[in-house]
Design a protein. Structure first.
Length: 310
C-alpha cells in the first residue's frame, strides 16, 4: 500500500556524512548528560514504600495526588490499580520515617477527604531490589542487542547486523540522554519502552536491508550508493504509514493516558522519531562504509558441468 510514489530517487547518501556527524554530536551529548546528571530513578530502582488502597466508589486519582502533595509528600506516584476503586501509591524511601508510620499518616490524610478509604497492603521495596532490577534491565538490553545482531547477520550479512545495532543503540542512548537532561523520572514502564524501541527500530532496518538486497538482484548496473538511495526512497511511503499510525496511538497515550503513562509515552515518542532517522540516515550509510557489495547478498549461480555421455 502506498499513499504516493516518488519517481526520482532522493540522494540520501550524498548527505550521509553530514547526518552522521549530527548523530555523533547528539550521541556524545546524551553520553555527557548521562555521565554528569545521571538518571532520576523511580522508587522501583531506589527503594520506597508501596501502598494499595481501596475506595467504596471510583477513586479520584488527581485529588488523591493533590492531597498527598499538600501534606508534604512529594515525588509520589498515584495510579489506578485493577478496578476503578483501587489505587496504588508509591512513595520514595525516607530513612527518618518507618513504613508503618508513613502508611498510617497517608491513610489519615486520605480519610480526612474520603472516610471510605481502606488500606489493603503496604510493602517496603529495598534498594537491593532496585539494584537487581537495574542489572536485569541492562542484561535484557544486552541480550536483545546480541539477538538483533545475530538475526540480521544470519538473514542478510554481518555488516547489516553491526550497522543496525549501532543505529538502534544510538536511539536508546538518546532516549536516556533526554531523561538525564530533563531529569524525567526513569521507571519500569520507561525501561519497558526503551526495550520496545530497540525491537521496534530494528523493524525499519530489516525493511531497508531487504530492499537493498532486492535491488542488488534487480539493479545489476547500479552502484552501491544508487542502490541504497533507491531502497530508502521506495520505502518512504510505507515508513510514513507505519510510523504515522504508531505515533498516533502513542500520542493518544501521552495526551489522555495521565501521569501513569506519561513518561512511557514520552520515551516511545522519542524512540519512534529517532528510530526513523537512525534506520535511514545512520544504518544505511554505515552499511555502505562497511563495504557491502553485491557478492555479500547475491550468491553467484554456478553452472553444473554436464558430464560427457560415453
Amino acid at each position: 500500500m502506498e499513499f504516493f510514489r516518488i519517481r526520482r530517487d532522493i540522494p540520501f547518501m550524498r548527505y550521509a556524512l553530514v547526518f552522521n556527524i549530527i548523530s555523533l554530536v547528539t550521541f556524545l551529548a546524551a553520553i555527557f548528560f548521562l555521565a554528569v546528571r545521571g538518571l532520576a530513578f523511580s522508587i522501583e530502582f531506589t527503594g520506597g514504600t508501596v501502598m494499595e488502597l481501596t475506595y467504596a466508589d471510583a477513586a479520584d486519582v488527581p485529588r488523591i495526588r493533590a492531597t498527598l502533595e499538600a501534606a508534604g509528600h512529594h515525588d509520589v506516584q498515584v495510579q489506578a490499580f485493577g478496578s476503578s476503586r483501587d489505587v496504588l501509591i508509591r512513595m520514595p524511601h525516607d530513612p527518618k520515617v518507618t513504613t508503618a508510620d508513613l502508611s498510617r499518616s497517608v491513610v489519615e490524610k486520605l480519610k480526612a477527604v474520603d472516610p471510605t478509604v481502606e488500606l489493603r497492603r503496604v510493602e517496603f521495596v529495598g534498594p537491593q531490589v532496585g539494584r537487581e532490577l537495574a542489572e536485569n534491565g541492562a542484561l535484557a538490553l544486552l541480550v536483545t542487542s546480541l539477538g538483533i545482531v545475530a538475526y540480521l547477520a544470519l538473514r542478510f550479512e554481518w555488516k547489516f547486523g553491526v550497522a543496525a545495532i549501532i543505529a538502534n543503540l544510538h536511539d536508546v542512548v538518546i532516549i536516556l540522554g533526554f531523561f538525564a537532561f530533563f531529569q524525567w523520572e526513569f521507571s519500569l514502564p520507561v525501561l519497558a519502552a526503551v526495550l520496545a524501541v530497540l525491537g521496534y527500530s530494528v523493524n525499519e532496518s530489516v525493511i531497508i536491508a531487504d530492499r537493498i538486497r532486492e535491488n542488488f538482484r534487480k539493479m545489476r548496473r547500479a552502484s552501491v550508493t544508487e542502490i541504497i538511495d533507491n531502497a530508502i526512497t521506495r520505502t518512504i511511503s510505507r515508513t510514513i504509514i507505519t510510523h504515522g499510525t504508531t505515533q498516533t496511538v502513542v500520542l493518544s497515550m501521552l495526551i489522555f493516558g495521565g501521569p501513569a503513562l506519561h513518561y512511557f509515552a514520552v520515551a516511545l515518542t522519542i524512540g519512534i522519531l529517532f528510530g526513523i532517522y537512525s534506520s535511514v540516515l545512520v544504518m544505511a550509510p554505515l552499511v555502505r562504509w562497511l563495504g557491502v557489495k553485491r557478492e555479500d547478498l547475491v550468491k553467484p549461480v554456478r553452472e553444473k558441468k554436464q558430464e560427457a555421455v560415453v
